[in-house]
Design a protein around this ligand. Structure first.
Ligand SMILES: [Zn+2]
Length: 113
């Protein structure tokens, strides 16, 4: 079991390629960014999975925030801002997202078989 945690720990910062900019990164992030449209009479709620290195992710989050201000107007401070600010803060933490580590682990285990 101890070996398993050591293995996971090593995967946390294993360099992988960012699907957005193509650079090697030790912090590939996978977040769900909100896609909400609020038009007073109709509301559409959706979200989009986004995978990118920390730097590209920050750009995507800020872009999403800017577009969301227009699309969600009054709801922005309640629904969008808290989520985006948490995600933005998380991009400054070194290491891949948990989902990315799971995926790396799966891939490596498939190769060993
Ligand atoms: Zn990138």
């Amino acid at each position: 079991m101890k070996e398993y945690y050591k293995f996971r720990k090593r995967l946390e910062t294993l360099p992988v390629e960012c699907p957005v900019c193509g650079r090697q990164t030790d912090s590939l992030k996978s977040y769900t960014l909100p896609d909400i449209t609020f038009l007073f009479i109709a509301t559409q709620y959706g979200s989009e999975q986004h995978i990118a290195c920390a730097e590209c992710m920050r750009k995507a989050i800020l872009q999403n925030a800017a577009i969301s201000i227009v699309k969600t107007n009054l709801l922005w401070p309640i629904f969008v801002f808290p989520r985006l600010s948490v995600n933005l803060t998380r991009t400054f933490v070194k290491g891949h997202s948990e989902v990315i580590i799971d995926e790396l682990q799966f891939k490596i285990q498939q190769e060993w078989k």
